[in-house]
Design a protein around this ligand. Structure first.
Ligand code: OXD
Ligand code: MN
Length: 650
């Protein structure tokens, strides 16, 4: 009999449905015989058998391929979560953090710490549907990777057969967005990772209501995930880093991920579904799936507006989404910190946004009670921390956090005593906290509104140490599309990139496009006309990261960013007295940003300057990028906008 993962009796076994036996080998069947029933009766007994036929077919095919030793259909209950956590503790994947309620620390295999962009593929019949073709065959495309459907089959055949042997397959019915909402979508992920099962339960809405929705005939995205197997696997964090692969089939709404248990590689609701598959569904249905936070801002006069902001990974979306205003009288409330689905609303004639997620998967380093008290408060219970330091009093610690109390020692993310020596951080730079959004003290009352919240402004931004002003506004929507397309930012640790190279990251979506970026720009442009009358959001670009000649940040950032949001909202109200036209867009007129109470006063001249030579080079670099990388797929309007920018700069 193959070994069961641990000796703890799990209710998972009793959830197995003998009807799928015909597709299991005899060896596997033997391991499934007569498991004791540890169930307290559930409202409904979720088994493979009583899943809707289409879901059941997907699960059965996955079982046939991966041969798990048992199958558990998740109902999302507390009781079930306890059992999953118990299993994770037994497997030594997580340890309990005694300092916080119901919270745990997971340490991954050190080779499985970030999204693997180089192994992420969009698989379509025609390559040009998935990625643009560079102008010259010697130029490597940087806007996603394509794989043929035949090669996908081969990649699956080389990795998946029997990959779940001896493991439980979790079937996770999940909803992106409030269950049953008009903007929401359903997914079913099967995975052999209990860590993923527990994290998906935080990051998405899992369980009974979703199954009911499926039973009523709702469509769903199929997501197959295995952490895989490799010869030198760590038992506590199985993975197969050499053969990791993340595949998307937008033509049939399928995701297949193998070899990694971490983050966007494995929590398939997030990047794979909500952005890559999501953007292709959005294109078909006429809406937008974006790498954006959503916040509501109430002015001192009680006027509330919602905005979205697209920044690349690890560039402060979570901090802006949870901003504590430095200006008295302003209130910021969080709808989401990473992903926005935006759809035209016929009643308001505006784009409305939902946050399809239910949790935060935030970058830990740099987060503290000063920089983001709301994130800190959100993670005080029911949270899973991954690859951070562990304190001797049962808590967590990472670079940038307040010093631990006298006498407290730290074990680093590799399990070694933390010495503070340079190059040996306590937490991996891409270490994360996973916490329920509902725990955020400033969660917006409408964060689960099924029709979303109306969006008045869209911000693009990145880490730009040089040349890019604190804020500027595009002249109109088409110019805004060029601003999004021309986004660049310093590389961060969220993926496998090294160093601080300034990378093009159009719309903060470079790693997340589900289809050809040229077509994506056309789709954005089409928002102007496709819905009839529409009040489109104004588009801005912000940069909190400009530095002076000594390498010091010119702007304090964090809570003081409200000063920029205040200016933006006055622009949304069409206050024309606060702008000055420059070749790249409108910047704040001297004295129009509210800097009251800010000490020391920042050098606004430097912060808002638009150096012509820098921008001429920037425009050249954008042109080179668009022409080399996207070539014939760049929409004419974007090329016209670029030409107009160059003329304004000449
Ligand atoms: C994320 C990312 O995890 O963008 O949100 O990498
Ligand atoms: Mn992200």
């Amino acid at each position: 009999m193959p070994p069961t993962p641990t000796n703890v009796p799990f209710e998972f076994y009793s959830a197995y449905d003998s009807d799928i036996e015909p597709c299991l080998s005899n060896v596997v069947k033997a391991s499934l015989k007569k498991k004791p029933d540890y169930f307290a009766p559930r409202t409904r007994n979720f088994t493979v058998k009583n899943l809707p036929a289409s879901v059941r077919a997907f699960v059965e095919e996955s079982v046939e391929l991966c041969r798990p030793s048992d199958v558990h259909v998740m109902d999302g209950s507390e009781r079930e979560n306890k059992l999953i956590i118990e299993k994770l503790i037994n497997d030594k994947t997580i340890v309990k953090l005694t300092k916080y309620k119901n919270s745990y620390l997971a340490l991954t295999d050190p080779r499985d710490v970030a999204r693997v962009e180089s192994r992420t593929f969009i698989c379509t019949t025609n390559k040009s549907d998935a990625i643009p073709t560079p102008a010259n065959p010697s130029i490597k495309g940087s806007l996603g990777n394509w794989m043929s459907l035949q090669d996908l089959e081969k990649a699956v055949d080389e990795r998946f057969p029997n990959c779940m042997q001896g493991r439980t397959m979790f079937v996770i019915p999940f909803s992106m967005g409030p269950v049953g909402g008009p903007m929401s979508k359903i997914g079913v992920q099967v995975t052999d990772s209990p860590y993923v099962a527990a994290a998906m339960r935080i990051m998405t809405r899992v369980g009974e209501p979703v199954i009911e929705n499926l039973q009523e005939g709702a469509d769903f995205v199929k997501a197959l995930h295995s952490v895989g197997r490799s010869p030198n696997m760590i038992p506590s964090w199985p993975c197969d880093p050499e053969r990791t692969i993340i595949l998307h089939k937008p033509e049939c709404n399928e995701i297949i991920s193998y070899g990694s248990g971490y983050g966007g590689n494995s929590l398939l609701g997030k990047k794979c579904f909500a952005l890559r598959i999501g953007s292709t569904i959005a294109k078909r249905e006429g809406w937008l799936a974006e790498h954006m936070l959503i916040v509501g801002i109430t002015s001192p006069h009680g006027d509330k507006k919602y905005i979205c902001a697209a920044f690349p990974s690890a560039c402060g979306k979570t901090n802006l989404a949870m901003l504590e205003s430095a200006l008295p009288g302003y209130k910021v409330e969080c709808v989401g910190d990473d992903i926005a689905w935006l759809k035209y609303n016929a009643k308001t004639k505006m784009l409305h946004a939902i946050n399809p997620e239910a949790g935060f998967f935030g970058v830990a380093p740099g987060t503290n009670w000063k920089t983001n008290p709301n994130a800190m408060a959100s993670m005080q219970e029911n949270s899973i921390f991954t690859n951070v330091g562990h304190t001797s009093d049962g808590g967590v610690w990472w670079e940038g956090m307040e010093k631990p109390a006298e006498g407290i020692t730290i074990t680093d993310w590799l399990g070694k005593p933390y010495t503070g020596k340079a190059g040996h951080p306590a937490a991996h730079p891409n270490s994360r906290f996973t916490s329920p959004a509902s725990q955020c003290p400033i969660i917006d009352p409408l964060w689960e509104a099924s029709e979303g919240v109306p969006i008045s402004a869209i911000l693009f931004g990145g880490r730009r140490p040089e040349g890019v002003p604190l804020v500027y506004e595009s002249f109109d929507w088409e110019h805004g599309v060029l601003v999004g397309a021309g986004m660049r930012s310093e590389a961060t640790a969220a993926a496998e990139h090294r160093g601080k190279e300034i990378m093009h990251d159009p719309f903060a979506m470079r790693p997340f496009f589900g289809y050809n970026f040229g077509h994506y720009m056309s789709h954005w442009l089409s928002q102007q006309t496709r819905h009839g009358e529409i009040k489109l959001p104004k588009i801005f670009h912000v940069n909190w990261f400009r530095k002076d000649a000594d390498g010091k940040f010119l702007w304090p950032g964090f809570g003081d960013n409200i000063r920029v949001l205040d200016w933006i909202l006055r622009r949304v109200d069409n206050d024309c007295s606060i702008i000055e036209a420059t070749p790249i867009g409108y910047v704040p007129k001297e004295g129009s940003l509210n800097l009251e109470g800010l000490s020391p006063q920042p050098d606004m001249k430097k912060l808002l300057s638009v150096p012509k030579d820098f921008w001429k080079k920037e425009a050249e670099s954008i042109e080179k990028y668009l022409k080399e990388q996207i070539d014939k797929d760049v929409p004419a309007q974007v090329l016209n906008q670029l030409q107009a920018l160059k003329e304004r700069l000449s």
